[in-house]
Design a protein around this ligand. Structure first.
Ligand SMILES: C[S@@+](CC[C@H](N)C(=O)[O-])C[C@H]1O[C@@H](n2cnc3c(N)ncnc32)[C@H](O)[C@@H]1O
Length: 175
């Protein structure tokens, strides 16, 4: 509900299911207050742990899906935990690629058409706006061709540090 235009989706679709591993109380309250709330369902599902077939069995069939700022996030916390447990970076990268590929496969099996947008590169910039570090947030092993890209100034200095800013490169693909 930060970047997802619920009203626009409700103009185009009869029913909208919002899916997240956890819906914060603020989101639950916003949906409860919404005039078209009967057409909106909040589903709490760990998308790393469910197949499209099980999903359809539980919740029904869908005409369209939007994967909204999710692809980079699917392996994020798990990857951090693996790092804390001193698991090799190579293995973490492989694991991240597997989860991200699995998500695209999930969407392909769930719906005939979907839109996926996600950050896919993190840039750290110094005070002179020079890139001093760059890291992928979506694995290079994920075969997705972004049709449109833009920069998201996630944490301009001094939000995280006086010395650097963090920007994310975001891509969107209609598949
Ligand atoms: C950047 S937020 C985007 C939130 C929302 N989709 C939007 O567009 O406003 C990333 C979201 O991914 C969710 N997420 C992370 N791992 C997930 C998983 N395994 N299954 C479902 N949601 C997950 C987080 O809970 C978080 O709300």
């Amino acid at each position: 509900m930060l970047e997802t235009p619920l009203d626009l989706l409700l103009e185009k679709f009869e029913h909208v299911d919002l899916i997240d591993v956890v819906h914060p109380k603020s989101v639950q309250a916003e949906v409860r207050r919404h005039p078209k709330r009967e057409r909106v369902r909040l589903l709490e599902v760990d998308l790393n742990l469910i197949s499209a077939e099980s999903f359809k069995g539980l919740y029904g069939n869908y005409d369209f899906a939007v994967s909204a700022n999710l692809l980079s996030q699917l392996p994020f916390v798990l990857g951090q935990n693996m790092r804390k447990n001193k698991i090799a970076e190579e293995e973490i990268s492989r694991f991240a690629a597997d989860l991200q590929n699995q998500h695209l496969q999930f969407l392909r099996s769930l719906v005939p058409k979907f839109l996926c947008y996600s950050d896919f590169e993190m840039h750290v910039l110094d005070k002179n706006a020079q890139i001093i570090e760059m890291a992928p947030t979506v694995s290079a092993q994920v075969p997705i061709r972004w049709q449109s890209t833009w920069m998201w100034e996630l944490a301009p200095a001094p939000e995280l540090s006086r010395n650097y800013s963090v920007h994310l490169k975001v891509g969107a693909a209609s598949i």
